[in-house]
Design a protein. Structure first.
Length: 428
């Protein structure tokens, strides 16, 4: 095992002690928290500096991640090396809603002259991290277990074993930092799986009465198919699987049956950052793919169809803290079931969609369809955050208005008179 020489400079000792403390939990600067992706790496290896920008303000924040960071590597013998960390693939401009965050990462090469414990700082940021650059042999600080008892930091006397055991640790020895990282690999993989899920279409539950008391509710999510691979091109990172389910529930009948349920899986490519203006007030995106609609029934009640679609998305950002989105969805049908072969006569080929969302406030959306022979369909949704009411709850108060055809897939050719519903929305 390699013997390490003691630190002879008090300032260096304090610097490295601070680096160890901050390196374990990351460091924060002006709303940005930085951390290294590992506790140790050999000279010449590439490490990743991960950062999270969290918006705790009262309005959406536009933040630009620097394409390069200047790093300082300080060793225990006083040697200093300055190098660059480069931003990985992905946007460098982030528009972060209230109480949301953006992740970014930079790659950096450990200097070939770096050996031993390194205090890593980012120039211009009050941040400090620690890295063991001795290598990956058993003698590294990060991979060497702590074969020593727990002692009182002031007196140096051993702490009673019962006290240490109550803290969930062994009184005589402790694991190395690197082993703690290895133990969290499975959790990290699960976190990556979980982080691939995100909101897609609105999620709500609303109730209304017009001759019959009914509840209409919808669940929806999307799953990112490919993990970002780095490099200058990022188009391959934006493929998704989507799933939406919409149900109409009869609350008046004795058995409370479901009138109909539409199952809507899809695969698509989605990006809202194809183009943006210099001041980021205007952005252009695209959602294009293939989707399937079915009510899961057979016989005369069976309804199903497939559609390829293109949905250009135009976003305009107002100075007051709100965004207006216009997204017409153009559809071409194929493999349509015989039972609903005239579906396009009622639903048309374009969903005209408009949405206005205020930061931390109201969300208003409208959808209009035009079928043949003046067969029109209109849906309006309004959501207001309950945390801004006396209830101070999560979610949104949801109001919905529907008039026209296709509230259910089973009744795609049946006209529904004006229907108002009120309920709860989780994702407006």
């Amino acid at each position: 095992m390699t013997t390490r020489r003691p630190l002879h400079r008090t300032s260096a000792a304090r610097l490295l002690a601070a680096a160890l403390a901050l390196g374990a939990a990351g460091s924060a600067a002006a709303g940005v928290s930085y951390r290294l992706d590992r506790p140790s790496a050999a000279p010449g290896e590439t490490v990743t500096i991960e950062a999270v920008y969290f918006n705790e303000g009262s309005a959406r924040v536009d933040w630009q991640a620097p394409p390069e960071l200047v790093l300082q590597w300080r060793s225990q013998d006083g040697q200093i090396v300055r190098s660059l960390a480069k931003l990985k693939s992905g946007p460098d401009n982030y528009s972060v809603p209230v109480n949301n965050f953006a992740r970014m990462a930079w790659s950096a090469v450990v200097p070939t002259t770096a050996h031993g414990l390194q205090a890593v700082t980012i120039e211009g940021q009050p941040s400090m991290m620690a890295l063991d650059a001795t290598g990956r042999d058993s003698g590294t600080l990060a991979s060497t277990p702590a074969q020593t008892p727990v002692v009182d930091a002031r007196s140096g006397q051993p702490v009673p074993p019962a006290v240490v055991a109550a803290a969930g640790a062994s009184p005589d020895s402790g694991p190395a930092p690197a082993s703690a990282v290895e133990q969290t690999v499975e959790q990290t993989e699960f976190d990556r799986f979980r982080s691939s899920f995100s909101a897609y279409k609105p999620v709500y539950f609303s109730v209304g009465t017009r001759g019959l008391t009914t509840a209409r509710f919808q669940i929806s999510a999307k799953y990112r198919l490919l993990k970002p691979r780095g490099g200058p091109d990022t188009w391959h990172d934006d493929f998704y699987l989507g799933y939406t389910q919409t149900s109409l529930w009869d609350l008046d009948s004795d058995s409370k049956p479901f009138i109909d349920t539409t199952f809507n899986p899809s695969v698509f490519w989605l990006s809202d950052d194809i183009w943006k203006s210099d001041n980021q007030s205007m952005r252009f995106g695209m959602n294009t793919g293939v989707e399937h609609n079915s009510n899961g029934k057979d016989g005369e009640d069976s309804r199903s169809l497939n559609a390829g679609y293109i949905e250009p998305r135009f976003h305009y950002r107002f100075d007051g803290g709100s965004t207006l989105t216009f997204a017409p969805k153009v559809k071409a049908y194929f493999a349509v079931a015989q039972e609903n072969s005239d579906y396009s006569d009622y639903a048309g080929h374009v969903d005209w969609q408009l949405r206005w969302a205020q930061d931390g406030g109201a969300v208003v959306s409208a959808m209009y369809r035009q079928g043949d022979q003046k067969r029109r369909t209109t849906q309006l949704d309004f959501a207001w955050p309950l945390r801004r009411t006396f209830l101070n709850w999560n979610g949104y108060l949801h109001l919905q208005y529907f008039n026209g055809y296709g509230e259910t897939l089973l009744g795609y050719n049946q006209r529904n008179e004006s229907q108002f519903r009120v309920g709860l929305s989780l994702i407006p």
